[in-house]
Write a protein that binds this ligand. Structure first.
Ligand SMILES: NC(=O)c1ccc[n+]([C@@H]2O[C@H](COP(=O)([O-])OP(=O)(O)OC[C@H]3O[C@@H](n4cnc5c(N)ncnc54)[C@H](O)[C@@H]3O)[C@@H](O)[C@H]2O)c1
Ligand SMILES: O=C(O)C1=N[C@H](C(=O)O)CCC1
Length: 249
């Protein structure tokens, strides 16, 4: 007997990512698009969905998630801007809904997820690491969610291995010249038209450097990860942060 397709709603459907997700869901044999909504639309059509995919805005996503969880809908979230405080609130909301799953992934591209994992593996061997993230100039948030997640993974790997961040002799600095510090990892953000989403993780050691680079050249690069997220979230209760957990990396 064939299983019925997963009923999917999309929030942010008129945006760059949301429009791409709508097409991907329409093209997936095991998924059915039941609602494609954007800012100002009535959310009622979402109630016929099982899973809602959110690619909206960091200022909108928490209200959306509060609504989705209250209406017993699983969520796959690509929108960035999640602080530890936001994640704690979501864990609290989900504690009352033990059957529900929320998957938040700062990057759904397979290569980006692998690059982050490789960076975490490398981190214990190099005390010095910096991140350069490069995106299109219509992006609202800096640093990117991917860069912040990568920095946290590097910091966690360092802490586990007992590696302290490498020395930095900077004593005089134009504001921002050394980038933002995310858990002691310097992150530099570039915004240019023509770019999509790119990240370089640079490690420095004795007489050598290691560079790990990933490039999303088209928003279709995120779609296999989004569709996988939809398939997996229905049987993954609680909060999952990072596609690496779904891929078992
Ligand atoms: N996780 C990933 O792999 C990944 C990939 C690309 C982009 N992103 C993130 O996704 C988000 C969206 O990126 P984008 O480039 O598509 O932006 P975009 O501005 O092109 O699209 C966002 C859309 O959301 C809509 N929107 C805003 N508030 C809303 C609300 N309350 N309800 C419904 N719709 C609402 C906007 O009108 C717009 O159409 C950003 O946070 C971006 O960083 C994540
Ligand atoms: O286009 C964007 O905006 C992207 N945002 C994510 C991030 O902030 O890391 C992922 C890549 C594209």
């Amino acid at each position: 007997m064939t299983e019925s397709p997963i009923r999917v709603g999309v929030l942010g459907a008129r945006g760059r990512m949301g429009a791409t997700v709508v097409k991907a869901v329409e093209g997936a044999a095991d998924q059915e698009l039941v609602a494609a909504l954007d800012a100002g639309d009535d959310f009622a059509p979402l109630e016929s969905a099982q899973v809602v995919v959110d690619f909206t805005h960091p200022d909108a996503v928490m209200d959306n998630l509060r609504w989705l969880i209250a209406h017993d809908l699983h969520a796959v979230v690509g929108t960035t801007g999640f602080s530890e405080e936001r994640l704690t609130e979501l864990r609290g909301l989900l504690a009352d809904k033990p059957q529900l799953g929320v998957l938040i992934a700062p990057n759904f591209a397979l290569g980006a997820v692998l690059a982050m994992r490789f960076a975490a593996q490398a981190a214990k061997f190099y005390a010095s690491a910096e991140i350069i993230e490069l995106h299109h100039n219509r992006k609202a948030d800096a640093p990117s969610g991917t860069a912040a997640h990568t920095a946290r993974m590097i910091a966690a790997a360092r802490a586990e291995a007992g590696v302290a961040p490498g020395p930095d002799a900077t004593t005089s600095e134009v504001d921002g010249a050394r980038g933002a510090s995310v858990e002691d990892v310097h992150v530099h953000s570039v915004r240019l038209p023509g770019l999509v989403a790119h990240e370089e993780i640079l490690f420095g050691g004795e007489g050598e450097t290691l560079t790990i680079r990933h490039d999303s050249l088209d928003r279709t690069s995120f779609m296999p990860g989004v569709l996988l997220g939809v398939r997996s979230v229905v049987s993954r209760p609680g909060l999952t942060v990072g596609l690496e957990n779904v891929l078992d990396l």
